[in-house]
Structures are given as C-alpha cells and as structure tokens.
Design a binder for this molecule. Structure first.
Ligand SMILES: *[C@@H]1O[C@H](CO)[C@@H](O)[C@H](O)[C@H]1NC(C)=O
Ligand SMILES: *[C@@H]1O[C@H](CO)[C@@H](O)[C@H](O)[C@H]1NC(C)=O
Ligand SMILES: *[C@@H]1O[C@H](CO)[C@@H](O)[C@H](O)[C@H]1NC(C)=O
Length: 640
C-alpha cells in the first residue's frame, strides 16, 4: 500500500509536472548523449576511436542492432526528439518541403518534446552543437524550446569546420576565429559539464551534436583538426561483400540504384580518401569522449551518469555501387553505432537486442523516473532500459524486433559525378529475429526488395573446446528474393504476403502498433475474413507462416505508393490499417502544407580561418581563451 503522504507528494509533483516514482533513487542519473553526424557502424569507423573503445565499449554495452528509422539528419533527429516515426512527425527531409527547423516550429512540435518532458521531470537540459537542419541566421532568435541552455551551430555555416559560428540561447551569433569547430565543441562541452557539476543541483541531460564526420556543404570532404590530418594515411574504405558488386546484383536493385555503373579507379580513390578524412575527423570527437569521461570521473559522478554514443543515421561508401552517402534502406545506412555506459550497464558486452532512436525518449524518461502513465500518449517507441541492464536477455516482450524504416523524396550521393534522384521514397520493414531476419522494401517506383539477412552463430561444446560456427544468409543484401527473374517460389511468395501485411500496419503505425502489428492483423482477420481460422492465432512471424493463414494474408490489399512524391501525402499512401492511422500524427501537431524558409542571403561573407586550425597546441584550450579572439557577427554578415 502506498502511504497517504506519498500519494499527496505525487499529487503535488504532478501538478508541477511529471510525477517522479516514489521508489526512485534520490540521486537520479545524469545523461550525456553524444550524437555524431552520418557516422557508420558497418565501415568500422568506431575501430579508429581509441578512447571510445577503452572508455565506452570496454566499460559498457554495445548494441549491435540499433536503428535509425529514417536515414537522414533532420527526420531522424526529429523522430528521436519526439519519440515518433517520421510519418507521424511529418518531418521527412532535411529541407523544404519535407521539413527542417522552420517546419518543426510551424507545426508546433517543439511545444511537446523530449527536453520539455525532462525539464518537467526536474532535469536540467542542455544542448551543444548541431541542432535540426535549417536552424539558421534567419531563425536563431527563435531559440529551440525546452533547453535550459542551448549553444547551437548556425546555418549556413554548420558544415564549415574552419568557420565555427554558434548562437547561445538565441543571442547574436558568435564567430570563433582561429579555432576548429570540433575544438570549440570540446571546450564548450567541458565548460558546461563544469557548470552542471559544480554550480547547480539538478540531475542533467546534456546532448552534444557534432558535425564530424559529415561532408562540407556541396559534398566537399570533411576537414580534420590539423593535428589529425596525418593520422591513418593508409586506411581504406572496407571492401565489404556488397562493395562495388557485379552487374548481376545491380540488376536486382530498385529505382535509381539499378542504374549505378561499376565504380572506376578514380572513384575508388576518392572513396578511400573520403574514408580517411572521416576517421581523421572523428579523432576530435574521440578526444571529447575522453575529456567528458575524465571530467565526470574527477567530479565523482561517472558511475551515476549514462553516456550514450550514437549517430543520426549510418553511411555507405561503395556498397551496392552507391558512392558515398545515406538515404537508403540498407544496413549501412540505417543500423547505427549505439554504445552505452552507465549505472547497471554491464561491461564489455555486445548485445543483439534490437532498438531504435524512437525508443530513446521513453528510455530517458524511465531513467528520469517518470511514471509510464505520465508519458505523452503519442510515443511510438518504448523504453529499452531493461535491455541496457540485461543486454544478454533475449526475451523481448515489447516486440522491438519489427522495425519500420521509411523515406520520402530525394536520395542523395556525396560522390562527385554520381547524382542523386527524386525517386527515393520507400517503406521498409526489418524483422530482426534469431530464427529469421528480413529486409522487405516497397519503393515508390513499384519495385520490391526482399533480403534474407539472417546471421546465426552456433556454438558447439564438444569436451571443453568451444567452436563457433557462423551461418550467414545474406546480411549484405545482395540477393533480392522478390526480384522476378529470381523466380520467387511459393514459400517466398507466402512470406511476401505476410510482410506486406506487417508493412500495411507499420508504414503508418502509431504507438503500440509500431512494434506489435499482430494485434491489428488478428483483429482484421477475425472481423473481416469469414474464413479466419479459429482458436490460437499468430502473434509472431513464425506462427503467421502457418499455411492455414495463406488465404488471409493473400487477401490483404498490396501496399504501393501511387507515385513518387517529395513529401508525405496521405492519399498517396493508401490503404491504411487501421483506417484511423491515416491521421499520421495529425492529432498531435499543427498541419503545415506549403511554407516559406526565410532567406539566409547576406551582403558580406563571414571569413574562414586564415589557415586550418586544430593544432596540437590547441588540444586543451578552454573556452575563456577562445572567447578572446571570438566576435559577434556584424549585421552585414547576418544580412539584417
Ligand atoms: C570514372 O567515372 C567518372 C564518373 O562516371 C568519370 O567522370 C571519370 O572520368 C572516370 N574516370 C576514369 C579514370 O575512367
Ligand atoms: C528477461 O526478460 C523478461 C522480460 O522482460 C523477464 O521476464 C525475465 O525475468 C528476464 N530474465 C532475466 C534473467 O533477467
Ligand atoms: C506533410 O508535409 C507536407 C509538406 O509540408 C504536406 O504537404 C503534407 O500534407 C503533410 N502530410 C501530412 C500527412 O500531414
């Protein structure tokens, strides 16, 4: 029985904001979230980050199956911050008309999102670095809501490593002359951590959004700090099994991807150079991780702080002949680095439990001890904190094994000479199981892809020796089982009918249906299909494969986009199951159709550093020293 006084306390807290659970530890943990831009998991960039390896990977858990549900900066970040799929936020691209900071504001999504929820729970919330695309010199005064302190990079200079411009809390943007952007981020991070640990009492949530290892504007290669420009000079992009594959594989690809030419030597050289630039650029982030961990250790709060490292989306370099970039549904683009160190997170473990960015907002709320009944109703993700604490436990009652992946509008290539394409809208599902694992994708061109991505590790223990056998079906997504010339057999066709059924629900799902489409499908079967088999009914893919359900799944409408559009238009994506999901999150945001981005033109250019910065001498420079040469932008530079 909860004592009356505790109930009263909950009631008082609830009036002020979220109620903290009475059972919760008085010392709620801090959260430091380090979020890189376009970092791959599958091209081994993490291997080049020594401090990340030593201080996070070895001291925490690596989640090898964590996904971004939209492989693009702005939609992925918006999804994370709202705990909702892109189809519900309707932030679907990095710019107009799909969406950026301006659209996010106009839709009012910033009135109800993660930092506000954490503030209500009594956390101090802070943000440093890259925020949503389009946070620009025309909009900086519209400070992102919910942050007790935000010091954000400002467009159009966000991707200029040698021209760092930040606006703190909506104040006039400041140019940090003579420093590399990543060093400024480092100095700001340590300054804020000192403030948070020395000068205020609340538990804190601090996000760092780096630009590294993203390309510069126009696709130019990223620039590392001078002290790292000679690192890893022999590094090369990994020649994965799907790297620059033969024509027979390219023929099986959908939409614009089937037109990719075999990459020639000069393109391969460029890809390798780009790869080196990426891992060099990431060294500055690795230093930040070092400084953050050491500072938390010094302040005696390392053990009560979750440190989470991830990236907004993944990256490919030559896979399927796509030269460089993201925006594709494949494993390189959507399966992102995800590392956690913190209270009760076991050390040195690699976990295959699936999760996605959508799950982070509820996970952080659980860390903040917010009672689940107080969570915003529209969350599509669910907390995975129990997975962080039990990463080896493969029981997953929350169906995190079905992941909806989606994209709208243009796909892009960051390899010079390989142009992007507007026919890149798709809806996909990944089923991530230990018995079966699939990627199924429907493209706006009508193309279908199906890959059997299962990897099984069998261990045998004859006597005392342990043998591990790895059985890989097609994790590199080369053999498209749905491709007509591959003559899909009856079993494959039956599987496609099931996957189509799941996709009908997940492609526009809300809340629980996003992880558990089975309830919707069962109800549909029981109410719409007079021949629906009685008794026990499917609640996972293996059970649904029973031939007695063939007729039901075959009878479902096939999902197809009507046409390739740059934005999400409900009528283009019929049918909806359940019909109510056609609202696409519209109950929780304003509707915005056409909107205008304010111009970022100006009469005077902001100067770059006269030479590249980030020397060895600058490794430990603090923010006070940087402020000595920093200056406010002039009104000519701001175009005001
Ligand atoms: C390689 O391909 C690119 C793009 O098609 C082309 O511009 C370039 O001339 C080619 N280089 C060589 C060495 O063939
Ligand atoms: C594994 O997870 C399930 C579901 O959350 C839970 O019921 C079970 O107790 C867990 N097992 C262990 C060993 O932690
Ligand atoms: C999504 O945004 C686009 C562009 O702003 C708009 O035209 C479309 O109607 C919106 N879709 C939904 C479902 O709100």
């Amino acid at each position: 029985m909860v004592p009356f006084s505790a109930l009263l306390l909950i009631a008082i807290l609830a009036r002020q904001g979220f109620a903290a659970l009475p059972t919760c530890n008085a010392q709620r943990p801090n959260i430091v979230f380090i979020f890189t831009d376009d970092q791959d998991l599958h091209l081994n960039s993490l291997d080049y980050m020594q401090n990340v390896q030593k201080l996070i990977v070895d001291q925490g858990t690596t989640f090898a199956k964590h996904f971004a549900t939209v492989s693009n900066c702005c939609p992925s970040r918006a999804s994370l911050l709202r705990g909702q799929h892109g189809h519900n936020t309707n932030i679907t691209h990095v710019r107009n008309p799909g969406g950026n900071y301006q659209k996010w504001r106009l839709m009012g999504e910033d009135n109800n999102y993660l930092p506000i929820w954490l503030q209500n729970a009594g956390y101090r919330t802070e943000y440093i670095g890259k925020f949503l695309n389009g946070y620009s010199k025309a909009l900086y005064q519209h400070t992102p809501k919910g942050w007790d302190h935000i010091d954000a990079l400002v467009d159009p200079w966000v991707y200029d490593f040698n021209r760092p411009v930040f606006s703190a809390n909506g104040e006039t943007p400041i140019l940090f002359q003579g420093y590399h952007q990543t060093d400024v981020l480092r100095a700001k991070m340590t300054a804020r951590l000192k403030y948070l640990t020395e000068e205020q009492e609340k538990p804190f949530y601090l996000t760092l959004g780096t630009v590294a290892p993203h390309v510069r504007t126009g696709g130019d290669l990223p620039i590392a700090q001078v002290r790292h420009q000679q690192d890893f000079l022999t590094a090369k992009a990994p020649r994965t099994k799907n790297f620059n594959p033969d024509q027979a594989y390219t023929d099986q690809k959908p939409s614009w991807l089937k037109e990719f030419k075999f990459l020639n030597q000069s393109q391969l050289n460029r890809i390798d150079e780009h790869y080196r630039r990426r891992v060099q650029t990431l060294q500055g982030v690795d230093e930040i991780v070092h400084d953050v961990v050491e500072l938390l250790r010094e302040k005696n709060i390392l053990d009560n702080t979750y440190i989470v490292i991830s990236a907004d989306n993944g990256y490919h370099m030559g896979q399927h002949r796509a030269g460089a970039g993201k925006t594709l549904p494949y494993i390189t683009d959507t399966n992102v680095p995800f590392l956690v160190r913190g209270p009760d997170v076991p050390r040195g473990i690699i976990s295959t439990l699936p999760s996605k960015h959508l799950d982070l907002a509820p996970t952080f709320l659980e860390i903040a001890c917010v009672d689940e009944s107080e969570y915003p109703v529209f969350l599509d993700g669910r907390s995975v904190l129990s997975n962080w604490h039990n990463p080896r436990n493969e029981t997953d009652p929350n169906h995190h094994d079905i992941i909806n992946i989606e994209f709208w509008g243009s796909g892009e290539s960051e390899l010079p000479g390989q142009s992007g394409n507007r026919r890149n809208s798709y809806k996909a599902i990944r089923v991530i199981g230990t018995k079966s694992s699939w990627l199924y994708t429907k493209w706006c061109t009508g193309d279908t892809e199906l890959y059997d991505t299962l990897v099984r590790i069998l261990s045998l223990h004859p006597m005392l020796a342990v043998y591990l056998i790895m059985i890989q079906n097609d994790p590199w997504e080369l053999n498209n089982l749905a491709y007509e010339s591959n003559n899909p057999d009856e079993e494959t066709k039956g599987l496609i009918h099931r996957l189509n059924g799941i996709l009908l629900v997940t492609k526009s799902c809300q809340q629980d249906n996003c992880r558990n489409p089975w309830t919707v499908l069962q109800n549909h079967c029981k109410t719409e299909d007079p021949d629906c088999p009685d008794g026990d009914i499917f609640s996972n893919l293996e059970a649904a494969m029973d031939t007695k359900y063939d007729a039901f799944f075959r009878s479902l409408p096939k999902f197809n986009f009507k046409e390739c559009l740059l934005v999400q238009v409900a009528d283009n994506e019929e049918p909806f199951l359940p019909v109510s999901s056609k609202k696409l999150g519209g109950d929780f945001r304003e509707h915005v159709d056409r909107y205008i981005d304010p111009s970022t033109d100006s009469t005077k250019e902001v100067p770059y550093n006269s030479q590249q910065q980030g020397t060895q001498e600058q490794r430990n420079v603090q923010i006070d020293k940087m402020m000595e040469t920093a200056r406010e932008l002039t009104s000519e530079e701001l175009g005001t």
